[in-house]
Design a binder for this molecule. Sequence first.
Ligand code: IVH
Length: 679
Amino acid sequence: MMQCDFSASLPDGQARAAWLRSELNRHGHAYYVLDNPSIPDAEYDKLFSELQALEAAHPALITVDSPTHRVGGPPLPQFAQVTHSVPMLSLNNGFEEGDILAFDRRVKDGLQADQVNYAIDLKFDGLAINLRYENGVFVQAATRGDGATGEDVTANIRTIRSIPLRLRGTKVPTLIDVRGEVLMFKSDFSTLNARQRELGQKEFANPRNAAAGSLRQLDSRITAQRTLRFFSYGIGALEGSDLPESHSALLDWYADLGLPVCNERTVVKGADGLLHYFRNIGQSRMQLPYEIDGVVYKVNRFVEQKTLGFVSRAPRFALAHKFPAEEALTTVQDIEVQVGRTGAITPVARLAPVFVGGVTVTNATLHNEDEVARKDIRIGDTVIVRRAGDVIPEVVSFVPEQRPSDARKFLMPVSCPVCGSPIVKLEEEAIARCSGGWIKCPAQRKGGVMHFASRRALDIEGLGEQLIEQLVDKHAITTAADLYKLGFTSLAALERMANKSAQNVLDALEKSKATTLARFIYGLGIRHVGESTAKALAHHFGNLDALLVANEEQLLAVADVGPVVAHSIRQFFLDPLNVELVAQLRAAGLHWIEGPQRAPEIKPHSGKTFVLTGTLPTLTRDAAVEMIEAAGAKVAGSVSKKTSYVVAGEDAGSKLLKAQELGVAIIDEAGLLQLLRES
Ligand code: IVH
């Protein structure tokens, strides 16, 4: 039991307060820096409240590094100026392979070396900050400013939980300027914007702006409500300790001192090592919890850095390798519509070609008619186009100053541009659709077959968009079932189709015949039946025949199925053409292991819905989903009143807020495991 006797005499209280501070710092470090909590939150809160109460009863016990001082203080009239004792420089940028090879060449020439070791850090998209520690105690933080003078943001920085107020370990210098980046994680950014929306306040454009806006608050109590993070990557002044011999050793030392450093850091050899790392991180950057705009290469050994020195305001020993810009300006030459698998009509902006996010973009989706109206995008406009990672390019907004007087508004066509059938818009839907169905509309036929062949459905390798277009246009196929009737000669006769590729497609088709019931159901492309509903249906009915004849009431018994979905499934199987399609596919040899119809009531959690948010301490998302589904419950993507539990992990986002708002039960990983175990 915790001791809470505040009447204790001052010396006793002093020892207790010191102990509490060191415990809180230790647990805070495990939680905020190592991402590895060492005690339950409630225990931490108890220790915290005890220290708060002790300090309130005996103000003499308060120290500058007390963890209770992270809540922000009264607003400042303005930020004081801070002169950096060692200037904060900027970096030269490189974009292409040639820039990196030239950098490596210059470095090797400068050092007269055949090969150089480089330390690589991520280039965080935040704000550079200098943290000053005297005898291990955090005393001041300043922004980079113009490099020579910055602004004193000490009160704000104090609210960042991962920044230690006291350095740890035995090798604490008498004075050190730690440099690094303050940033906001993507999940914290969405939580913040959700809150801004609720409060009717302006949303932030991106995590960087949100971090900047939060740090430049004169009222640090506002900063305290925003979750900011910090990664260390450099050093300014240092006294009372030797500088480690390399950048990588410096960051290892920082980690020992309890400062946050990024785990993606590494050391590589030569330009090959740099480019290899760059390619890899380029592919995985979307999975990072924060945004980066490139990576930073630094000659690892400090003596070598010194030899190379600086040109004007940037070091010769370092280079920022930037990712291609993700936003660019271009003009809208036209707005046309595309017809999807379900007949959905999507307006698409035809753009003057523009290089963005590493590719040339000529089309960008405008989603639907309402979206075009909301963003007020017109033909002739200059627009901002965004392409992040593999995401489809999007038109963000138009530039009002550059709107020509003859800019034309988009008008939704009344008939399908592909098959001429009328376009209809149901009242409850935002989307307009071609009413032709796949019988009349080749665009829907192509979409349907493409969906059937896609990776998460029948996964027919090598059967891409262009091939399917040709097959449909040449009337070689009408439905997915016709794919299995294709012969070698008809395939090999297609454009850009070598004999070898034709054989590969036939092999892939053959291979796809052995599938699962869930993939098959999903591949049929029934409206409103996504992958998880397909899985739920397969699981519930066990075999296809039971599903074919299920009425809406029976369908509603499936965990994932509501009235709209049940109706859509029933309508699908009432259509003789669809029944025929299923029969033909089975006749072509598609097969899966059928099971008996399972009784849902044996599952302890059937009917319950879970929502996962944030990172769980031990379970991966997939593992958690599997366990929940195995218990008969389903996992949904968003929180509603119907949600049974929200399982929240580290960095839980807006879903957690929503759950709190709706009063939905919130559990952590331990709670989830207990729940599943109990059942
Ligand atoms: S090192 C002398 N490392 O990039 C080199 N900078 O253009 C000093 N940045 O203002 C900077 N991540 O805001 C360094 N891992 C990293 C970085 C990084 C982001 C920013 C920093 C600086 C700018 C330099």
